[in-house]
Design a protein around this ligand. Sequence first.
Ligand SMILES: [Zn+2]
Length: 236
Amino acid sequence: MLDLQKLDTRLAQLDHRSRTLPVLQELSAAQAQSTRADEDLVLARTAVADVEREITKADQDVQLVRDRAARNTARLEAGQGNAKELQAMQHELDTLARRQSELEDVELEVMERAETLRAELTELERRRTDLDEKLSGLEDEHARAAGEIDTERSAVVAERAQIAPGLGEDLLALYEEVREQHGGLGAAPLIQRRCGGCQLELTSSDLSRIRTAPEDEVLRCEECRRILVRTAESGL
Ligand SMILES: [Zn+2]
């Protein structure tokens, strides 16, 4: 009975250990970082795509003004039109030159912004790669640790299967029921007149009854109702 309890306690410990492996916390932290990194990446890629559209637009704006200025220059040089028209064209050329310079400033500013955004994107992609490596390392570590626990668990389960049937169905059912109600401890040794489960000392009347109880009688602690197992150290 106590051997079975020992194995069950060991199984509970193994379950607890597998749930509380330190690598699990690291893993969930890394997964959270990974999710954030993905979100940052989406934002950064969108920002780069947006700024690239801005560059195209700024390019086109500059080109339009350049084309128009080139047409005016050609007409001026060809001397097409009367003096008044030529004067107006010259005036427009001055305006276009100013406009072109403004648009080129805009284009430059957009290109600088694009450079910063592309650098940020590259940095985020590098971080994403680092995080992937870290994650897969942690997953390997977790698989190793979980594998060790599983191996030990299988051994304990096999050993349990060997000894459990020897206790008989009724005792086993009682044990499982009490274990369920008492946080995993269904059977406890009687040590120095104390219940190994609740640690309370048995009354002398209980002790004298236990002393005379048949070997195969299932004893229960009167306080906690756990199955009480007599041992050499029971103090009877
Ligand atoms: Zn007890």
